[in-house]
Design a protein. Structure first.
Length: 138
């Protein structure tokens, strides 16, 4: 995936590029770790909007958010997307010291970001929605 706004997150701001190879280590770090799943910016309208907002969120929360970007949409990114059970790009997945606490999809109003992220800092860990198949008994 190549788009100047997403490349800026990696190359200028030094955000980690997250793949299956380093995912577990990245999310296990102490504190609030944020995985940015932009999707393909050529087809996902809000991907570049969230790429602009994410650094502002990181600054607003005074370094309490540790961001990483999942750039591989169709390989590792698809596997990780299924693990976290979201269906819409772009999505920010929040992991606190290795525990899933929630996700925010699509672009939001600034106040919504602030409220939802503040709530996630104190939210109890939970199981990611994941992909499930209903069980039917005969």
């Amino acid at each position: 995936m190549n788009h100047p706004l997403i490349d800026r997150l990696l190359n200028e701001l030094g955000y980690a590029e997250v793949s299956l190879a380093n995912h577990d280590e990245f999310v296990a770090e102490p504190g609030m770790n944020v995985l940015f799943f932009p999707g393909d910016p050529t087809t996902v309208k809000d991907a570049t909007d969230v790429a602009v907002v994410l650094p502002e969120l990181v600054a607003t929360f005074s370094g309490q958010l540790r961001p990483g970007v999942v750039t591989d949409v169709f390989g590792d990114g698809k596997t990780l997307k299924q693990r976290y059970g979201f269906s819409t790009y772009p999505t920010l997945v929040f992991m606190r010291s290795g525990d899933y606490v929630g996700a925010i999809s699509r672009i939001q109003d600034w106040g919504e970001y602030l409220n939802q992220i503040s709530d996630l800092f104190v939210a109890a860990p939970k199981r990611p929605p994941g992909f499930s198949i209903p069980v039917v008994t005969a």
